[in-house]
Design a protein. Structure first.
Length: 83
């Protein structure tokens, strides 16, 4: 899986676009996928802090992990099907 496919799957599951970022950084209260030294990182960003940091060697592994986190968290679902 890559970022584009992750976004397609997230939208098909009605995950809000505001629940995650595929651009790294520290967006407010979002799950984040980031390119990291030698691989990829997935974490939750809140108040400029990272929590639950996990690192992966491949984009596929990182995207799969992020997708699982998004599906497990009931607060990520949009009330509107279009995301």
């Amino acid at each position: 899986m890559n970022r584009r496919r992750l976004q397609e799957l997230a939208r098909s599951e009605h995950v809000s676009d505001d629940a995650y970022s595929l651009e790294g950084g520290f967006p407010a209260e979002r799950y984040v996928l980031s390119v990291a030294d030698g691989g990829w990182a997935v974490y939750y960003s809140e108040r400029g802090e990272r929590s639950g940091l996990e690192t992966f060697e491949t984009e596929d592994e990182a995207c799969a992990h992020l997708f699982e986190l998004l599906l497990r968290d009931p607060t990520t679902r949009s009330s509107h099907p279009e995301g």
